[in-house]
Design a protein around this ligand. Sequence first.
Ligand SMILES: NC(=O)c1ccc[n+]([C@@H]2O[C@H](COP(=O)([O-])OP(=O)(O)OC[C@H]3O[C@@H](n4cnc5c(N)ncnc54)[C@H](O)[C@@H]3O)[C@@H](O)[C@H]2O)c1
Ligand SMILES: O=c1ccn([C@@H]2O[C@H](COP(=O)(O)OP(=O)(O)O[C@H]3O[C@H](CO)[C@@H](O)[C@H](O)[C@H]3O)[C@@H](O)[C@H]2O)c(=O)[nH]1
Length: 440
Amino acid sequence: MNISVVGTGYVGLVTGVGLSEINHNVTCVDTNPQKVDLMSKGRSPIYEPGLEELMEKNIKLGRLRFTTEHKGAFNNSDVIYIAVGTPDNEDGTANLTYINQVIDVIANSITEDKIIVTKSTVPVGTNHLIMKKLNEKLPNHIKVEVVSNPEFLREGSAIEDIFHGDRIVIGADNQLASEIIREINKPYNIPIFETDIRSAEMIKYASNAFLATKISFINEIANICEKVEANVEEVALGMGMDSRVGNQFLRAGIGYGGSCFPKDTKALKKIAENVDYDFKLLSSVIEFNNRQQRKLLDQAINDFGTLKGKTVGILGVAFKPNTDDIREASSLVIIRDLIKMGAKVKVYDPVAIDNAKKELPIEVEYKNTALDAINNTDLVFILTEWDEFKSIPLECFTDSMLTPNVYDGRNCFDLENVKNSGINYCSIGRKYIKNQKVKL
Ligand SMILES: NC(=O)c1ccc[n+]([C@@H]2O[C@H](COP(=O)([O-])OP(=O)(O)OC[C@H]3O[C@@H](n4cnc5c(N)ncnc54)[C@H](O)[C@@H]3O)[C@@H](O)[C@H]2O)c1
Ligand SMILES: O=c1ccn([C@@H]2O[C@H](COP(=O)(O)OP(=O)(O)O[C@H]3O[C@H](CO)[C@@H](O)[C@H](O)[C@H]3O)[C@@H](O)[C@H]2O)c(=O)[nH]1
């Protein structure tokens, strides 16, 4: 099948690469010429393990190409996938500017019937609006069918997810369109769930909101564990053995971030509000997560009175390991506040430094190694659980910090090992340890 994919962020690029790998002819279109140039050479603009190898392979085989020209790409394709961003507006609603731009460019470009597949996460009702707008704008002899095909990949394991995901959701009103999209996806050999368009749109938001709720739930349990001297990791293991609970998404930490959970929870709350439904549970999840992101910072302020003038090392800016994405990362909240308070901040991340430089205040100092970021600091925050950080010998903290105060937001170290290390260690949901009260 000949396919165009519009937008080459995480979803568009991985979708294009995945479809080419299962033998479709794919043209990815993006408005950003620098990105298109880079991708045409087989280079990925995002850090995603395994992605470049597949890009190179499929470009060589002639099944994957990149362009800035929508019209040519669309008219050589049977199906157009939309994968542009749907960021949040200030009020939390989904911003459909890029979707609307794509509607216009499709309406001005196509010369025959097409199937449009929406990969972007869009509020319930949007796919019907896309179909209505397109059919109004297009000449009478050209018709489009719109199919909702939400994406569930996770950053950092996108390649694994695209080929081994739990399900592919196809929401369609038109049976023929649904069958064509099912056929396109068949080689993935992943269970396909066919449903109506609105339910498909809701499945995406409900899934993300549910996972965000699960994380917030374990984080609240973690906060109680600290007070009753239980260990949240043990609790999560014990809970997860119940298959009704499930053992995933029970890692306690400093809250969820990323390009999806924060914006999609807010958008779902707004979707509910628009039909006069007060989604109280989700509002509380959002509010709680905002507090949890600051939890260790508040703890440090509480411990030391003020962090003004202190030298602080930061390990990890990415919102999770194996990605260079820093969108809505808990690290951003903490680093910005530290700078505002007058702390001196030294930051290290294995791959996200370039993105951090674009986002963070200019006062932040960037280091080339974890050790450089730790060296001569009064306290260290661990904000992403990169494997590299988990293997730092504990002596590095005691030997090179001015005072070994470590605030570990991702529970990277075994408590037993830390206990005898001489580190003043604070983690999440595990008994708070301070060997000695050190005033900075
Ligand atoms: N990032 C994820 O892990 C993930 C996972 C599942 C679903 N989603 C959803 O997928 C959608 C895309 O997310 P993303 O993170 O990949 O987006 P992104 O914002 O990182 O990238 C979007 C890309 O679209 C391009 N673009 C914008 N307008 C265009 C146009 N008119 N024509 C061609 N290209 C255009 C931009 O240049 C950019 O490269 C969102 O709705 C998101 O919620 C994202
Ligand atoms: O037990 C856990 C699991 C995750 N997180 C945090 O939750 C956030 C999101 O993690 P994850 O879901 O692994 O990454 P994303 O790439 O944001 O993927 C989510 O968002 C995507 C975009 O919608 C969906 O496609 C995926 O299915 C969904 O998992 C990160 O900050 C993680 O640190 C935790 O704190 N504890």
